[in-house]
Design a protein around this ligand. Structure first.
Ligand code: DLL
Length: 436
């Protein structure tokens, strides 16, 4: 087992070496500075704080955080494009934007100091994953407005590795480059790693024979069952990296390869809270709810109590003892399907699928409506060459287990191998056809 806390203690950066008391003191000082800066520089924050009757001078302890108003995606959208920037544009050296599948995208900005901090937390994330200086890292997160590619890129360089900036897509070329350049680690979404594994198989190559030792996967929910599947197929360690553009990008938290027990939040830069999504009241550590972040070091785009819509809980630190972890995120409010009164997340289906023989993780969920009844159909591929009776039996088992574990009836349709869309980044699992 890798043990970064002792074996590589000398490699940890200053933030990771803080004692708990030092960390809390630093968080308070940084929180005070962030609230002051946001209040003085961003009209939206000033108006929200004024309306809540709280000012920068009222933040005397970390508990005062809960007196501050929340920030939502809608607040950021209203300020499109640059209304939430807290420094003059001359100091903004980089812009990114969220994918914005619905409505306007959210635009975020970074000063040079922000980029330095970001590179540091990504480098820290890579180190937690077991990546060592001098390694070659194949970066298949998309480059461009998405934070994945360039965010990972800077962290790879910062750790002293060689970055191979491939970006997403052109899977046959990815396979070729992995064979030719012999990278030690890969960074991409878990669903894209699956696409890459398939591409190896299709080319008649064994994906377990590559030089890859570690995959640092994130940007979308994935289950521990998917982790095991990727590890089995690729013969590597797969660890979870978490982040979101509004708060920074990849590397808000990341998992240690030594424990694989959920991303450690880099608490010297990002202050986490969990709230009850309905009442917005904070809940105790260990309880499920919506993850909320306050940035502690960002200059161009500070966020105060930003509601991520991601559902998880805070757990005590493990490999980095002073910093709390989050449970692997398997659902976000936005992905939740309410089917005839039952809440369902696509990852629950993923978990069940991966335990059934002959089924593959290639599935999509289609929501339809006939009359006033909603229906969900799982369209899924079986392993190639599986006889029809076996695939039908597998489909039946899936239907039964969904009913048993989730408590709702779904349709299951086995579709030909290779017929469903393949991931090139964040995978779209749910197709809502009800409005059409
Ligand atoms: O996806 C940043 C990122 C890039 C993270 C590369 C990790 C690796 P956004 O496009 O703003 O940023 O999407 C953020 O993606 O709120 C979560 O819902 C989801 N997400 C990100 N990482 C994970 C993860 C990037 N490890 C949104 N597990 C977040 C589950 C994740 N969901």
């Amino acid at each position: 087992m890798l043990d970064q806390t002792t074996a590589s203690a000398d490699l940890r950066d200053a933030g990771e070496r803080l004692s708990l008391d030092e960390l809390r003191a630093l968080q308070l000082e940084r929180l005070q500075r962030t609230v002051r800066h946001a209040y003085d520089s961003v009209p939206t924050y000033r108006a929200k704080l004024d309306a809540a009757g709280v000012g920068p001078d009222d933040i005397r302890s970390l508990d005062d955080l809960r007196r501050l108003p929340f920030t939502t995606k809608e607040d950021l959208r209203q300020a499109y494009p640059f209304g939430m920037f807290a420094v003059p544009m001359e100091q903004v050296v980089r812009i990114h934007a969220s994918s914005g599948t619905t409505g306007r995208p959210t635009v975020v900005g970074y000063t040079q100091a922000d980029l330095d901090n970001w590179a540091e937390v990504v480098a820290r994330s890579l180190r937690a994953a077991g990546v060592e200086p001098g390694w070659k890292v194949h970066n298949a997160y998309g480059y461009g407005l998405f934070t994945g590619g360039l965010g990972a890129h800077a962290g790879i360089e910062r750790l002293g590795c060689t970055v191979i900036p491939v970006s997403g897509g052109q899977t046959a070329r990815q396979v070729q480059l992995i064979r030719d350049f012999e990278p030690d680690a890969i960074m991409c979404t878990p669903s894209y790693l699956l696409t890459i594994a398939d591409a190896f198989d299709e080319a008649g190559l064994d994906p377990r024979e590559t030089s890859l030792k570690v995959a640092i996967c994130g940007a979308e929910p994935w289950t521990n069952e998917m982790r095991l599947e990727l590890e089995r197929r690729m013969g590597l360690h797969a660890v979870d990296i978490y982040g979101l553009s509004e708060v920074m990008g990849p590397g808000v938290g990341s998992e240690f390869a030594s424990t694989k027990d959920g991303p450690t939040i880099w608490e010297d830069h990002f202050l986490p809270e969990i709230i009850d999504a309905e009442t917005t009241e904070p809940v105790a550590d260990g309880e499920m709810g919506e993850l909320v972040f306050t940035s502690l070091t960002k200059t161009a785009f500070p966020v105060i109590r930003y509601r991520t819509r991601d559902l998880t809980r805070l757990l005590p630190g493990s490999a980095a003892p002073t910093m709390r972890r989050i449970e692997k995120i398997t659902g976000r409010n936005d992905d939740m399907i309410i089917l005839r009164g039952v809440n369902l997340f696509p990852t629950q289906i993923e978990e069940i699928v991966l335990a059934i023989e002959h089924l593959t993780p290639h599935f999509i969920l289609e929501l339809t409506r006939s009359g006033r009844m909603d229906a969900l159909t799982v369209k899924i591929e079986c392993e190639p060459g599986v006889p029809a009776e076996s695939s039908e039996a597998a489909a039946k088992i899936l239907q039964l287990r969904v009913k048993e574990h989730i408590g709702t009836s779904v349709g299951v349709e086995v579709v030909p191998a290779g017929s469903l869309p393949r991931s090139e980044g964040k995978y779209k699992r749910v197709y809502d056809l009800r409005e059409q």
